[in-house]
Design a binder for this molecule. Structure first.
Ligand SMILES: O=P(O)(O)OC[C@H]1O[C@](O)(CO)[C@@H](O)[C@@H]1O
Length: 247
């Protein structure tokens, strides 16, 4: 695992965005695996800026998002479809048809999981997958105990994840109880993984990750079995004094 330690959230956003720009310049038809949550927000802002300034062209790029809540109306501002439209897609030159997110309102959710995994195989796997890390080590919505061989599936969210995400909703009760997520196996199919961590709230998870060793109760540890992971973190997430997450 390659490690890049930067000063603060701003530098993290810039550095990660530069790596994505580099990837797309190298291969304009890149498939990007995208994430939601607070951490990538700064990266998306940088990518929008780079797109406006002509440094990156998204017209031939395809995207695959990691996960989606089950049951939220497509127009709900906290559905990950709306999140991605608002924070990135509507502000860059990508056509909606090239952006893929699991459908959390599908009539047959098991079928939707199979469809999404087949899509990952058909257009992907991602050349570069962005990943945040949960305080409990989750990646995507793969909570502690998740099977390393798991592909896209339905998960029940833990209390810890629901309360971490309650900040985006009016109350914790409004946070959906279930989600569809790419599995750990689906994530590990990517050519390269960019794991991001910002702020002292992530310091415990990063410390645990860097102890090494795979542990089913700490899903991010599965990344040790991937040949090309770049961990970009700020000093606070690394456990040094620094700025906190701006996202
Ligand atoms: O970036 P944040 O908001 O700290 O979230 C970390 C991870 O948790 C999730 O938001 C899921 O709870 C992921 O989408 C994200 O990668």
């Amino acid at each position: 695992m390659e490690m890049i330690i930067v000063e603060d959230y701003e530098q993290l956003s810039q550095r990660a965005s530069d790596l994505i720009v580099e990837q797309v310049r190298m291969n304009p038809e890149s498939v990007l695996g995208l994430a939601t949550g607070g951490t990538p927000l700064g990266i998306y802002r940088e990518l929008i800026k780079a797109n406006r300034e002509g440094e990156i062209d998204f017209s031939d790029v395809s995207t695959l998002n990691l996960d989606e809540y089950i049951g939220l109306a497509p127009s709900h501002p906290q559905s990950y479809r709306q999140f991605m439209k608002r924070e990135l897609f509507d502000a860059i030159n990508i056509s909606e048809a090239r952006t893929h997110i699991p459908d959390g309102r599908a009539e047959n959710l098991e079928e939707e999981c199979r469809r999404y995994e087949a899509l990952i195989e058909a257009i992907g796997p991602p050349d570069l997958q962005l990943l945040g890390i949960g305080e409990n080590g989750h990646i995507g919505f793969n909570e502690p105990g998740s099977d390393k061989e798991g592909e896209t599936h339905i998960v029940e969210l833990t209390e810890s994840t629901r309360s971490a995400n309650a900040r985006f909703f009016a109350s914790e009760e409004e946070v959906p109880s279930h989600a569809i997520t790419m599995g750990i196996r689906s994530i590990l199919k990517s050519q390269r993984i960019l794991l991001l961590a910002s702020g002292e709230k992530k310091a415990g998870a990063i410390k645990r990750l860097l102890q090494g060793g795979e542990d089913v109760n700490f899903p991010a540890s599965a990344l040790w079995s991937h040949p090309h992971v770049t961990l970009v973190m700020d000093k606070a997430a690394y456990g040094m004094k620094g700025e906190t997450n701006g996202g």
